[in-house]
Design a binder for this molecule. Structure first.
Ligand SMILES: *[C@@H]1O[C@H](CO)[C@@H](O)[C@H](O)[C@H]1NC(C)=O
Ligand SMILES: *[C@@H]1O[C@H](CO)[C@@H](O)[C@H](O)[C@H]1NC(C)=O
Ligand SMILES: *[C@@H]1O[C@H](CO)[C@@H](O)[C@H](O)[C@H]1NC(C)=O
Length: 314
């Protein structure tokens, strides 16, 4: 049943097209060629999360990553998290700006995903507006009841920052494949090698894999692909924070979270790829999308794009 549900999810196997809106909003001339420093500015507190999963202090929630996402007016930052549904409280965003720590409390919009399958934890997007006069670099959340940012507070770097808009950013990849979660002692090394090589032949440039655990043999294979740059391993130690379910339905399989947090990782992968990949493919390692009239995915997409100019998701 779990497999079936998973397959169903994967059947919708979506090729998501990102129409990247590369805007040149910034006034030209200012800070011209200085790339934004990625490291934490001195002025802000010192604790920056380097984990994929960061517990949010004084709550039961987990934060995953923060992305610039200015497609909707008034919502600038999307923080992807895993929230406990029965303990959701009002939250405020705080921002670390390039040259100062903003003291403005920004009320957060908390959007729980509808797919919770009865589990106590659910994928959640927290949206916040950036305060005025702030070139935001890092963000953190505090429950409304807390007024002061503790020096121990953990901050998330904001990814997908628009660089100075002049030269159009070139997309690094045509195709990214997102493989959700590796867990258990998964050990089908040959299947992985076969699928990865097939993806490569079809024109995939990057495969992102969320790794909770795998067998030593598979780990060696993935390490060598990741040294080469074809595979991007994202640590996903969800089992250190929750009791993740191996199944898809809480009433049947128990546990805290649907399928090791698969919906969270797939969402995370989409935003991770947004600024750098033309197409994103969500599918399982035992599935290959095989064009039968084209010799690769790119020619297939070129045809589909012509046939359906207004479609972004197949
Ligand atoms: C968590 O909150 C407690 C109480 O406010 C504080 O003492 C502690 O330093 C905080 N830890 C982090 C990591 O923010
Ligand atoms: C993407 O595909 C086009 C052909 O459609 C090719 O010219 C280009 O080099 C590819 N880009 C990358 C990053 O592979
Ligand atoms: C996958 O995760 C396990 C458990 O954290 C780790 O031991 C292993 O090195 C990881 N493998 C890769 C290729 O990242």
């Amino acid at each position: 049943m779990a497999i079936q549900q998973f397959k169903f999810f994967c059947l919708i196997t979506s090729i998501v097209i990102y129409i990247i809106i590369i805007t040149t909003l910034r006034a030209p001339g200012i800070n011209k060629s200085v790339p934004k420093p990625w490291g934490p500015p001195r002025i802000c507190p010192v604790h920056f999360s380097e984990q994929t999963i960061t517990p949010l202090n004084n709550t039961k929630h987990l934060l995953v990553s923060a992305y610039m996402d200015q497609r909707v007016n008034g919502l600038d930052i999307r923080i992807i998290g895993i929230f406990r549904r029965d303990s959701i409280q009002p939250l405020h965003c705080f921002f670390c700006c390039v040259d100062h720590l903003s003291r403005t409390r920004i009320p957060a919009t908390i959007l729980q995903h509808s797919d919770n399958f009865g589990f106590p934890f659910v994928t959640t997007d927290v949206m916040c507006q950036i305060p005025q006069n702030c070139k935001a670099t890092h963000v953190t959340l505090l429950p409304q009841s807390e007024k002061v940012i503790s020096p121990e507070q953990i901050w998330l770097p904001i990814r997908n920052q628009k660089t100075n808009g002049k030269e159009k950013r070139k997309l690094q990849f045509n195709f990214t494949v997102c493989i959700s979660n590796l867990f258990g002692d998964y050990n089908n090394v040959l299947q992985f090698a076969q699928t990865l090589e097939m993806y490569r032949l079809l024109g995939v440039d990057r495969v992102v894999i969320y790794n909770t655990s795998c067998s030593p043999d598979l780990s060696r294979l993935l390490q060598s692909y990741s040294q080469e740059g074809f595979v991007e391993m994202v640590p996903w130690p969800i089992d250190q924070h929750l009791n993740p379910s191996r199944g898809w339905l809480h009433s049947k399989h128990g546990g805290d979270l649907h399928y090791f947090g698969q919906l969270t990782t797939l969402n995370e992968c989409i935003y991770r790829s947004m600024d750098r990949s033309r197409y994103v493919l969500l599918n399982d390692i035992d599935e290959i999308i095989m064009p039968y009239q084209h010799n690769g995915l790119m020619p297939l997409m070129n045809m589909l794009k012509q046939q359906h100019p207004n479609v972004g998701c197949f």
